[in-house]
Write a protein that binds this ligand. Structure first.
Ligand code: YSA
Length: 347
């Protein structure tokens, strides 16, 4: 029994020296001084021992118990001190100076194209137009055929685009080259009166340069009703140009050609850089072209089952990046989508 006591003592002392935290120490206490520990069992069994052995074992067991309790107390103090020092170290390193000013939250902003889309749509909404959007992946029919541009038409040359692999679609599909296909889609699903503007992305397969991107934005406009005339087109677009560019701007109205209108027109404003005298921005002409437009061609109306003898309409389309370039004097369209935050922060 004395030998067992000796083993219990040395095992407990050995284990104690390797403990490094208070949780471990508590487990040690339960193991070596708790109710189920070997030492407690020996003490409880003293009464059953012969009297000469009881005295020696009893004295030794109490000695071991006192020794272990003393070591336990000392170790507990040491570990408490260490834990406190750890906490102090952590607080020193991680302390928060509540008097420091906060870090500024960096706020994002709207891309200049998004800003101009909203600004232009707001102008047309105030003039009684609705805003609608349409698919960027279009069929050959809506992008070309329905707009009087059959497969062999020379106008296809300026609308070279990206075609979708025909294996995955029955009809020829492409990335739309303009927002004009939405004229057809809107008329197919509504009856006059129609007054819509359609902002959205367009794509063309062309080498990019300072004024051409392969992806750019347009806004399309369409108004169809009884008795709509070229005077309505002129009045609406002059009003739009004044609201966007200012009261003092002069507006030029000239003939142009688009297969889906008759007659076709082009609208320009007098150059705000030189006041019309001629400069680099306006290539010496004194005018800046902003959009193409015209009276909707009767064949286009017929195709959507609108009777051209009853209904007439006007349509227009403008390139948004070009408008931004004119407004802010930006000389390279590629800056808009090259993700240079220094450029974008200016808007
Ligand atoms: C014309 C008459 C209508 O009744 C309705 C709409 C139109 C516009 C026609 N759908 C069209 O796309 N005409 S356009 O080829 O001359 O392009 C219109 C505008 O889009 C251009 O004036 C230009 O501002 C912009 N654009 C065209 N290609 C571009 C481009 N912008 C950037 N990069 C390109 N590659």
């Amino acid at each position: 029994m004395l030998k067992k006591l000796d083993q219990t003592r040395s095992k407990a002392i050995d284990e104690l020296s390797s403990l490094s935290d208070l949780k471990g120490l508590e487990d040690w206490r339960i193991r070596h001084l708790g109710k189920k520990s070997a030492l407690t069992q020996i003490l409880r069994g003293l009464a059953a021992l012969p009297s000469e052995e009881r005295k020696a074992v009893g004295a030794s067991a109490n000695e071991v118990k006192a020794l272990l309790e003393r070591h336990y107390g000392e170790k507990k103090e040491t570990l408490k001190q260490e834990a406190y020092q750890d906490l102090e170290r952590t607080l020193t390193v991680e302390k928060i100076d509540v008097t420091l000013p906060g870090r500024p939250i960096s706020l994002g902003r709207l891309h200049p194209t998004t800003q101009i889309v909203r600004e232009i749509c707001d102008i047309f909404v105030a003039l009684g137009f609705q805003v609608v959007e349409g698919p960027e992946v279009e069929s050959d029919y809506y992008n070309f055929e329905a707009l009087n541009i059959p497969a062999d038409h020379p106008a296809r040359d300026m609308f070279s685009t990206f075609w979708i692999d025909t294996e995955i679609s029955e009809r020829p599909m492409l990335l739309r080259t303009h927002t004009s296909p939405m004229q057809i889609r809107v008329m197919e699903r509504t009856r006059p009166p129609v007054r819509v503007v359609v902002p959205g992305k367009c794509y063309r397969y062309e080498a990019t340069d300072a004024t051409h991107e392969s992806m750019f934005y347009q806004i399309e406009g369409l108004a169809v009703d009884e008795n709509i005339t070229l005077a309505d087109l002129k009045g609406t677009l002059f009003e739009f140009a004044k609201r966007l560019f200012g009261e003092e701007r002069k507006v030029r109205f000239r003939c142009d050609y688009f297969p889906f209108v008759e007659p076709g027109v082009e609208i320009a404003i007098d150059c705000f850089a030189c006041g019309g005298a001629g400069c680099r921005l306006c290539s010496g002409t004194g005018w800046l072209e902003i959009l193409g437009a015209g009276m909707v061609h009767p064949d286009v109306l017929r195709r959507v089952n609108y009777d051209p003898d009853v209904y007439t309409g006007f349509a227009f389309g403008l390139g948004l990046e070009r408008i931004l370039m004119l407004r802010y004097g930006i000389d390279d369209i590629r800056l808009f989508y090259s993700n240079d935050i220094r450029f974008l922060r200016q808007f």
